[in-house]
Design a protein around this ligand. Structure first.
Ligand code: PGA
Length: 254
């Protein structure tokens, strides 16, 4: 099964509206319609302005979180329907920074992902072990627990991002072999929940210090179908170079 590579930029809490507009005006001419699927995930406040610019372009818009209810007394939260109304097509859920700083759990991550799918959005479900867990030999056990309820999601509007916590924002990228090993495990988990065919279509992204100079060696791995890029996505030239690295992956061509 050939999977179209997916390159998503997670801007985290970076990007004013003005900065977003300028960034997208520079990025759009560099993105081909027949290359990898490209998603940018600005902060909530910049989404409406970004939507106007990306409409009709090959760049899709993602958000960095959504709530599981459609509306209600949930101060500070944003629903998937509200995002869909803006033209958002993707939502990151369960990011390790949400887990670490905001009490996100496997359960809330799945609920958010399910709500995103119900609203017609695509979810990027983030999983990954901490350094202590890896050193204790618990990587697969952690990934297994984090994907225990995968069956509550549909396989179609879904990507999984393997983001080892020790690699996020640290400059310590997983080796291609470490990434491939974890991705193969996650695909096996997807097989158990969704069956072989759907699992073979599922895109599993690597995230954690992806840079222009290490993207190609990660993306060439058989089960690495794209990247969730944090810091390096804030630079148009760097993000474009990562998209370019995905373009050259014959095993991942459409
Ligand atoms: P990083 O972040 O590329 O800056 O390590 C990745 C992420 O948190 O999604």
């Amino acid at each position: 099964m050939l999977r179209r590579p997916l390159i998503a930029g997670n801007w985290k809490m970076h990007g004013s509206t003005a900065w977003t507009q300028q960034y997208l005006e520079e990025l759009l001419p560099r993105v081909a319609t027949d290359g990898p699927e490209v998603v940018v995930c600005p902060p909530f406040t910049a989404l409406a302005a970004a939507a106007v610019i990306v409409v009709g372009s090959p760049v899709a818009l993602g958000a960095q979180n959504c709530h599981w209810e459609e509306k209600g007394a949930f101060t500070g939260e944003v629903s998937a329907a509200m995002l869909a109304e803006l033209g958002v097509r993707w939502v990151i859920v369960g990011h390790s920074e949400r887990r670490q700083y905001f009490g996100e759990t496997d359960e809330t991550a799945i609920r958010r992902a399910a709500a995103a799918q119900e609203a017609g959005l695509n979810a990027i479900l983030c999983v990954g072990e901490t350094l202590a867990q890896r050193q204790a030999g618990e990587t697969f056990a952690v990934l297994e627990a984090q994907t225990r309820d995968l069956g509550r999601l549909g396989p179609a509007r879904l990507a999984i991002a393997y983001e080892p916590v020790w690699a996020i924002g640290t400059g310590h990228t997983a080796t291609p072999a470490q990434a491939q090993e974890a991705h193969a495990f996650l695909r096996q988990r997807a097989r158990q929940h969704f069956g072989a065919e759907a699992a073979s279509r599922l895109r599993i992204l690597y995230g954690g210090s992806v840079k222009p100079d290490n993207a190609a060696e990660l993306l060439v791995q058989g089960d690495v179908d794209g990247a969730l890029v944090g810091g390096a996505s804030l630079d148009v030239a760097g993000f474009s170079a990562i998209i370019q690295a995905a373009t050259g992956q014959p095993s991942l061509a459409r």
